[in-house]
Design a protein around this ligand. Structure first.
Ligand SMILES: Cc1ncc(COP(=O)(O)O)c(C=O)c1O
Length: 437
């Protein structure tokens, strides 16, 4: 290896200082801490691709509505447990405008980020039936949801969908669901970390099997409408954000404001529970929570216990953003397209220098360019690749952290500035020279 762009000693010393045993297996937080220290010590700037955080300013329409709500005095008032009326109404309208799905506003419930929404829904689902004691994650996925399962002490299983795309997904799911122990299935679409998007065929398989085996589908839409291959900002008109809701009435959708509206700091999202599931009675929920329906268990038992509702002013912000979007006045998709454009350029810089894209296709189509992409390098495990790239001023996380069985890394484009592309090019060229394939 020639002299690398980042002083190797500085990297190694800080790995030791943070007591990271194997850097290739480090968590996102550990990589963040390590890169901060190395940047501070060396004065060199990394191309930081480890964090999945928004890199754009918050949507103005939200900030403005929130300021007005605060000025009007909402801060002193507890919001309704299941959400303020305008937000419930606008969330239901947003789902109709951009997914063509009908859900009663009653089932549209604000949560402290989607994070709290998944916690509450996974908690309720895990208690619906003592025989169905396991959640199934269709991986790769967002690692914190598994941490939620660990904190709750409920069981989960996972599989990497890579080898089970298209009609193969049916056999794989049928095999697992037919055992009768699964209460819910979870996936994100577009997917964090791989940016695959399920095809209609795959969503249909998931939806139909959810009905056949009475399993709740939890569809995490943190990157709603961010499959930029199609323009999904067409309120009230196709093409719509694809969803399992077209194939089953046993669903919970999670719509986060963090990425689509760059509103992560205010911690406000909505969970959208289908009318059927919201009103469904489960004997075990009655026993466990003294609450009969799924909807009331979520709002009056779990969310009430966790936070007694969601920040009042942030609900006004979200209501305003949903409303402006449905009215056609706020093209939130255009505002985040920059991620896709950057991804296209960055992917090329990697592939020009001998890297491969791990998750490459949806059906016959190349995957979209968006918030994340996945990379590998011949002859290196994901862990080795991560450890080596750190010397070249490039940070990411290993795919193994996300439930993937593939060797490689997840790269997030949001925090890479276009002014860094030259650095990235030069560093990857040197990497390719130092590790010829
Ligand atoms: C797939 C997925 N779900 C949920 C979240 C968290 O969303 P929120 O900020 O609304 O809690 C993220 C954030 O990175 C994510 O990638």
């Amino acid at each position: 290896m020639s002299k690398t762009p980042i002083n190797q000693q500085a990297v190694d010393n800080n790995i030791a200082k943070l007591r990271i045993k194997e850097v290739g297996k480090a968590s996102i937080r550990e990589i963040v801490a390590l890169v901060n220290l190395v940047e501070e010590e060396t004065g060199d700037k990394y191309v930081r691709m480890e964090m999945g955080v928004p890199g754009l300013p918050p949507a103005q329409v939200g900030t403005q509505a929130e300021i007005e709500a605060l000025k009007s005095g909402v801060a002193s008032k507890y919001p309704m447990m299941d959400g303020i009326k305008p937000l419930k109404y606008e969330a239901s309208r947003f789902v109709k405008s951009f997914m063509n799905v009908d859900v009663d506003p009653a089932g549209c419930i604000p949560t402290v980020g989607s994070m709290q929404g998944t916690y509450a829904a996974l908690f309720a689902a895990s208690n619906t039936n003592p025989e169905k004691d396991t959640v199934l994650f269709i991986d790769p996925g967002f690692p914190v949801q598994k941490q939620q399962m660990m904190v709750m002490g409920h069981k989960f299983e996972t599989f990497d969908v890579f080898e089970h795309r298209g009609e193969k997904l049916k056999d794989k799911l049928e095999n697992i669901l037919s055992k009768g122990h699964i209460n819910s299935m979870v996936y994100s679409n577009p997917n964090n970390p791989s940016w695959i998007c399920f095809t209609e065929e795959e969503l249909q398989i998931i939806g139909e099997l959810s009905k056949k085996y009475d399993v709740i589908v939890m569809e995490d839409l943190a990157y709603f409408a961010m499959d930029f291959r199609k323009d999904l900002f067409t309120p009230g008109k196709a093409p719509y954000q694809p969803t399992v809701a077209n194939y089953t009435d046993n669903f919970v959708l999670f719509i986060s404001s963090s990425k689509i509206f760059s509103y992560a700091g205010q911690r406000c999202g909505v969970m959208v529970i289908s009318d059927t599931l919201f009103n469904r009675e489960y004997a075990n929920l009655a026993r466990r929570f003294q609450s009969n329906t799924f909807g009331h268990t979520i709002t009056l038992r779990i969310l009430y216990s966790l936070s007694s509702g969601t920040c009042h002013s942030a609900q006004h912000a979200l209501a305003a953003m949903f409303k402006a979007a449905s009215d056609g006045k706020f093209n939130f998709v255009d505002e985040v397209k920059e991620y896709g454009e950057k991804a296209k350029i960055m992917k090329k810089l990697f592939t020009d220098n001998g890297f491969g894209i791990v998750y490459e296709k949806d059906g016959d189509d190349p995957i979209a360019d968006g918030f994340y992409f996945t990379i590998n390098y011949p002859g290196m495990t994901g862990e080795q690749l991560l450890a080596n790239l750190l010397y070249y001023g490039v940070s990411a996380i290993a795919l193994k952290e996300t439930g993937s069985e593939k060797e490689g890394l997840r790269a997030c484009v949001s925090h890479v500035d276009r002014t860094q592309f030259d650095d990235l090019k030069y560093r990857l060229e040197q990497f390719a020279r130092d590790f010829p394939n």
